[in-house]
Design a protein around this ligand. Structure first.
Ligand code: MN
Length: 314
């Protein structure tokens, strides 16, 4: 297949690899489905990003919307970003916040937090992403926290860019992270092509939400994730359609640590996550989510076999 745009793509430059999503039922009355592109057998991390769930647009009349009962997290940050709809967040710090389109809600679990996520009655169409960031070992037992940020949209070469973490297109998020990170939403005009300066130390991922986008020489369809290895000083995105295309660009330097991910926990060893599960089931460590109408989520059984640490692509 020839290079999609054919004009400003350096034929010798690394091209993005395509990672396809698998469907995962999230739970709720009629089991809303999400498209998960990370982690995958072939790839655990992009920078510190360790989890990508992409959902909707779903008519909540059909799916029942999002109903996730109180559940725990360790060793990570959750990034909630909506395109449409509204989600009510409650956590064991006492935070009660609404997640709304174009606004970042970043929850740091550190040593332990619990939260619930429920789409509001006003929501008719639910559409967004939830991403997780692994905390580096020296910060993974930090205190839990919750941050909110509504970035300004910046305009560059036919693209509207909302930077929720890190720096892109001259826009910098004030939100604190524990390793260098990039997270941004990009809206590309029909046919638009934009070249953005990026940190060559970063690896990048582009998740296409709507439309079709060529990313670093590789055409990506809706719900696909493109992965680009470190080394690029710029990335070029081209909207191959006659409608606005929307995507999420993430990045960070290779994490350099192996992690054990199981259920809602990120640890370093099998023992870490078994202990976290035990603490959740015994009602310690993760506090209490007040104001949620219903029971908390029980943890599944941990597999009898030892959970393996995973890290760099193999
Ligand atoms: Mn959660």
């Amino acid at each position: 297949m020839s290079v999609a745009d054919g004009t400003d793509t350096d034929p010798g430059a690394p091209r993005a690899e395509v990672i396809t999503a698998r469907d995962v039922p999230l739970g709720g009355p009629r089991a809303m489905n999400v498209r998960r592109t990370l982690p995958q057998r072939a790839r655990t991390l992009i920078g510190a990003w360790c989890f990508i769930d992409h959902y909707g647009p779903d008519d909540v009349g059909d799916t029942g919307g999002m109903v996730v009962a109180p559940h725990p997290h360790t060793g990570l940050q959750t990034v909630s970003w909506l395109f449409s709809g509204e989600i009510e967040h409650r956590d064991s710090l006492g935070t009660h916040a609404m997640v709304r389109p174009g606004e970042l809600n970043l929850m740091t679990s550190g040593h332990g937090i619990s939260h619930s996520e429920v789409s509001t009655p006003a929501t008719t169409v639910l559409h967004g992403v939830q991403l997780w960031v692994a905390l580096p070992d020296r910060h993974r037992n930090t205190d839990p926290a919750f941050q909110h940020h509504a970035p300004e949209r910046v305009r560059i070469d036919g693209a509207d860019v909302s930077v929720f973490l890190g720096t892109l297109a001259g826009s910098t998020s004030p939100v604190r992270t524990y390793s260098p990170l990039l997270g941004a939403e990009l809206l590309l005009d029909p046919g638009a092509s934009v070249t953005l300066d990026v940190d060559p130390a970063f690896e990048h991922g582009l998740l296409v939400d709507e439309g079709a986008v060529t990313f670093a020489g590789t055409p990506l369809k809706r719900a696909e994730l493109g992965y680009l290895e470190p080394g690029a000083a710029t990335v070029t995105l081209t909207n191959d359609t006659d409608d606005t295309a929307r995507s999420i660009l993430i990045g960070g330097p290779p994490f350099g640590e192996e992690i054990v991910m199981w259920w809602n926990f990120v640890g370093r060893t099998d023992e870490d996550v078994r202990q976290a599960r035990e603490d959740w089931m015994s009602g310690t460590r993760f506090g209490e989510v007040k104001g949620y109408d219903g029971d908390r989520l029980p943890a599944p059984e941990v597999p009898a076999t030892r959970l393996k640490a995973r890290g760099q692509a193999h």
